[in-house]
Design a protein around this ligand. Structure first.
Ligand SMILES: [Zn+2]
Length: 158
């Protein structure tokens, strides 16, 4: 026997719950209903499901936000319970992160989307300066630019 599962997004006007933004990536959160075997479970999910193609090596990030498909414990019988579970988990996560992070880490913390676009810019710049060096290996300016770009891309201090 196969289990017939259907997911449906519920508009906020219908569920009427205040939802905290995703604590992991800051994206909008959405209420979803999962219909399965005659029961309908509700869960709040992160709306960020697009793979971040600039970071193909990161197994978690490249599949979108981990909370796009939240764990089974987020599924509840009612909208109110689902919202409560999500909001409590989000608050706890933010609290845990605040306790774990040093002030310096908090300052440099960015959403995945910001990080993604920054990494892409860095890689593009790196590629262009490396090309300049390959074209003219004696060009001191290009070499110096490449060194700077490499330092930025790898986080190495100059
Ligand atoms: Zn998220």
């Amino acid at each position: 026997m196969t289990i017939d599962t259907a997911f449906k997004m519920i508009e906020s006007a219908l569920h009427g719950q205040a939802l905290t933004a995703c604590p992991l990536c800051g994206s909008r959160s959405e209420m979803w209903e999962r219909a399965e075997d005659g029961t309908a479970a509700k869960a709040v999910c992160c709306s960020h499901g697009d793979p971040l193609v600039c970071m193909p090596d990161d197994g978690i990030v490249s599949g979108g936000c981990p909370l796009y498909m939240p764990p089974e414990g987020f599924y509840r019988a009612t909208y109110r319970e689902a919202a409560k579970t999500w909001n409590a988990a989000a608050a706890e996560f933010v609290q845990m992160r605040a306790e774990a992070a040093t002030p310096e880490q908090l300052q440099t913390e960015q959403s995945y989307a910001d990080l993604c676009s920054e990494l892409r810019q860095e890689r593009e710049m790196l590629a262009s300066v490396l090309q300049a060096v390959l074209k003219d290996p004696s060009n001191q300016e290009a070499i110096s630019l490449a060194k700077t770009a490499l330092g930025q891309a790898t986080g190495v201090e100059q």
